[in-house]
Design a protein around this ligand. Structure first.
Ligand SMILES: Cc1cc2nc3c(=O)[nH]c(=O)nc-3n(C[C@H](O)[C@H](O)[C@H](O)COP(=O)(O)O)c2cc1C
Length: 322
């Protein structure tokens, strides 16, 4: 088992959860998933954001984007469909209006970026490169809710390679590449991203789904298809984290239906160095904080005193090998 994926700082006591992913020092492995936490400020009255491992901001494009017409969300059994369409203020407004608040946080800020073309990814990465207090870029090559770009880049290894390469040329920041589950061989996309210079992989984005209004007799969403998230996708996400762990040697940030600390532990045992909480933020904004406490409790309860988080990443793979 390769345990070089995170380097835990010296364990001064038995429940130290601190780690480093792609050069980003985090006090614990729990982040929030892009698009489910705004730019942070919206959640600041519900939780102490500085208790998280890192914040990941909602998807940013070079120019402002209005997003899709309503409805944008739809509840499904065990989850939700969304078709937000990357509504965002664009990179300049983000720097002016959102960075001052993000600068006030004491945790790493990871900025999620998206583009219609390879050149747009390059431009946005370059623009953010010299902005202070950004710890890493997460490249979304997996958004299912836009007309162009997005998921198309994450469905073909060559396209994924080209986007990551372009972003790498535009920035010196660490790059996390966010993969789509809407592929048959996720590990091939992960390998292409890593060969182009990805410092970490995050997965999964939403699964392509749809809903039909039986009285209107037409699809609920303007773009017909939408992205499924929440507990319903967790087994798929877990399987993909497992596969990517076997395929590449960079750290993995696992997400997809994580609502509880038990979910988070499953992802870590499958190979994730860190986890991101998404849809759960809409149901219970305190979920990420509770997950941090639960992971700490689990480590204390299940292992001897000096266990490090590092020691349990991918541990379930061991059991599978005879
Ligand atoms: C309303 C909503 C908006 C999202 N927006 C983004 C986004 O802007 N960029 C991105 O990479 N992922 C986006 N996602 C995907 C989430 O970050 C996450 O990958 C996915 O929802 C799976 O995790 P979950 O089941 O815990 O929500 C969005 C998800 C939801 C539900």
């Amino acid at each position: 088992m390769n345990n070089d994926r995170i380097s835990c700082k010296q364990n001064t006591h038995k429940t130290d959860l601190s780690l480093e992913i792609a050069g980003i020092a985090m006090k614990n492995p729990v982040m929030v998933a892009s698009g489910t936490f705004g730019f942070g400020r919206e959640y600041s009255e519900f939780i102490d954001i500085n208790n998280l491992g890192a914040i990941v901001t909602k998807g940013l494009t070079f120019l402002p984007k209005e997003g899709n017409p309503p409805p944008r969300t739809y509840e499904t059994p065990g989850g939700m469909l969304n078709s937000v369409g990357l509504e965002n203020p664009g990179v300049e407004n983000f720097i002016k209006k959102e960075m001052p608040y993000l600068n006030s946080l004491s945790i790493p800020v990871i900025v999620n970026i998206d583009g219609d073309t390879v050149n747009e990814y390059y431009k946005i990465a370059k623009r953010l490169d010299n902005v202070k207090n950004i710890s890493a870029l997460e490249i979304n090559i997996s958004c299912p809710n836009v007309k162009q770009g997005g998921m198309a880049f994450g469905q073909d290894p060559q396209n994924a390679y080209e986007v990551v390469k372009a972003v790498k040329e535009g920035t010196n920041l660490p790059i996390i590449v966010k993969l789509s589950p809407n592929v048959t061989k996720v590990e091939k996309i992960a390998e292409a991203a890593v060969s182009a210079g990805a410092d970490a992989i995050s997965l999964i984005n939403t699964l392509l789904g749809m809903a039909i209004d039986i009285y209107e007799k037409k699809p609920v969403f303007y773009r017909t298809f939408a992205g499924l998230s929440g507990p319903a996708v967790k087994p798929v996400a877990l399987r993909m984290v497992w596969q990517v762990y076997d395929a590449v040697d960079v750290p993995i940030i696992g997400m997809g239906g994580i609502f509880t600390w038990q979910d988070a532990i499953e992802f870590i045992l499958a190979g994730a160095s860190a986890v991101a909480v998404g849809t759960a933020n809409f149901v219970e904004p305190q979920a990420p904080e509770k997950i941090v406490a639960g992971i700490e409790h689990y480590l204390k309860e299940q292992f001897e005193e000096n266990i490090r988080l590092n020691d349990i990443i991918g541990l379930a793979h061991k059991a599978n090998i005879d």
